[in-house]
Design a protein. Sequence first.
Length: 241
Amino acid sequence: MPIKIYYPLLVKLTPDELGEYEKLTQKIARLFEGGAEPDDDPALAHLLRRRAEILNKASNKIGALAELIEKEQDIHHALFYCVPGQIDEVTQLLGNKFSIRNHRFTVEESAAERKQLLDSFAKGELQALVAIRCLDEGVDVPATRVAYLLASSSNPREFIQRRGRILRKAPGKDHAIIHDMITVPSLFNSARQSPEVFNTERKILKKELARFREFADSAENRFQANQVIWDMVKKYNLLDF
C-alpha cells in the first residue's frame, strides 16, 4: 500500500539542545577514536542513546504538533508515535486542548487490552492511539489512516518496519498519510558558525534525511516533499543525500 501523502515537518533544536548534542558528540568521537564499539562498550552505547534522545525529545515537537492538529478539520484513525518522555504531553494535548478521544498504546498493555483498543480504534470509537515502542514489538495498527511520527530512528530497518506496520491493509483503507517530524538545528541563525558546529549539524541532518528519502520516494507528493527540505540540503551541502 502506498503512502498517499508524506508531509515532512522541520523541527528546530533549541540552542541548549544543540549544545548538549555537541558535547555528547565530542565524547562519542573520543571513544570511537580509542577503538570503542557500541556493542562492546556500555559507556559508548549509553552516550549514543542519550544523543538520539535529544533528537527524539526535541522540545519544539509538541508545539509543532499542536499547530498541525489545529489545521485539521477532522481527526480520526490517527496514530501518534512518540518516545516515553512525550506520551503524557501528547495524550494531554489531544484530550485536554483538542477534545480528541485517545488512548495510550504501549508495551505495558496486555494482549487483550491491545486487541480491545485496536477494535475501538478501527470502529472510530477512539479517534487516536498514542503509541510508544509497539511498532518495534511486532504490533500492527492497520486501521491507521494518518500517522504523526514524533519519534524517529536513523536505523533503516526500524523506520522501514514502522512504516510497514502503518501501511497494513484494512477495510475501506487504500492509502495512508504520514506526518514526519525531522529534527534540524536552529537553521540559518549561524552566520559566524564554527566548522565544528557546522559538521555536527550536518551529521544530524544526514541521519534524519536517510529516513526522509525512504519515505518521500514512495509518496505521491515526493516533489512537494523535497521542496520542504531543499534550502536546508543546499546550506549543509547534502545534495547527494
